[in-house]
Design a protein around this ligand. Structure first.
Ligand code: MLT
Length: 248
């Protein structure tokens, strides 16, 4: 049986993907999912994705030992320890710590996928590792893979679309049946991959981030397969995937 892949852009379609029992990969290249994988690679204990700023503050009151991080309009929130720049999440700051993270679109998409049994977060930084982990589970569970593009503030986002293509590229063609949207993303990735950073920089959110002084973030997030780490939503917390988690 071939694994069916889908690319999802709206909250309604996230709910359908969850209902189908698909393995979910949430993508938000700029910058939420790049931040999550970087924090975990730098030995954070886990990242707790939260929809609203208010909920994040309430949780932090209960757990003042956790790091409070996030943004709105790309900018660190008042009273927060960190913003949403992956470069801020250094080992010195995050090692051994839990991080409460709220972002404009990325953490919302993760929280909206929560009812699915298998939710991963992907970015260019960990595209191949994420694709391989999702495929293993989809074959094992005889289910599809839905790639959720978090977008930016409910808008289509170029970098997430191209990243969906990078993930699709890492799935072996003979095992897979891609939807037309995934095939289009694959074509976009093949076109963009020679100058990935330039393609990403041309997108609307990248241009905004650069205008706000986050050019280094855009560069960092454009690196393909920089980490061999797969963030996995285990209950309320995103943690690095290891085999034993899956069999609980
Ligand atoms: C989001 O979740 O919309 C993004 O991560 C925004 C950002 O670049 O900080």
């Amino acid at each position: 049986m071939k694994v069916q892949t889908n690319l999802v852009f709206t909250a309604k379609d996230i709910a359908k993907a969850v209902q189908r029992g698909d393995v979910i990969i949430v993508i938000d290249v700029l910058r939420c999912c790049s931040t999550i994988v970087t924090a975990l690679a730098n030995a954070a204990e886990g990242v707790i994705p939260i929809k609203t700023v208010k909920e994040a503050r309430v949780l932090h009151k209960k757990h003042p030992e956790f790091i409070l991080a996030g943004e709105r309009k790309g900018i660190k929130l008042k009273g927060f320890d960190l913003g949403n720049s992956p470069l801020e999440f250094s080992p010195q700051k995050v090692k051994g710590k839990h991080i409460i993270l709220t972002t404009t679109s990325g953490t919302k998409a993760v929280v909206s996928s929560k009812k699915a049994k298998y939710v991963f977060t992907g970015a260019f930084l960990n595209a191949e590792a994420t694709a391989k982990a999702a495929l293993k589970i989809a074959i094992w569970k005889e289910t599809g893979i839905s790639i959720i593009s978090a977008g930016t503030d409910d808008h289509f986002s170029l970098e997430d679309f191209i990243c969906a293509g990078a993930i699709a590229k890492s799935l072996p063609a003979d095992n897979i049946e891609h939807s037309d949207a995934v095939l289009a993303a694959l074509l976009a990735f093949q076109q963009a991959r020679q100058s990935l950073e330039r393609a990403i920089q041309s997108g609307c959110h990248a241009r905004y981030l650069i205008s706000q002084g986050f050019e280094e973030d855009v560069k960092f997030c454009s690196q393909l397969n920089f980490f061999n780490l797969v963030p996995f939503l285990n209950g309320e917390t995103v943690v690095p995937l290891n085999g034993s988690i899956l069999f609980c």
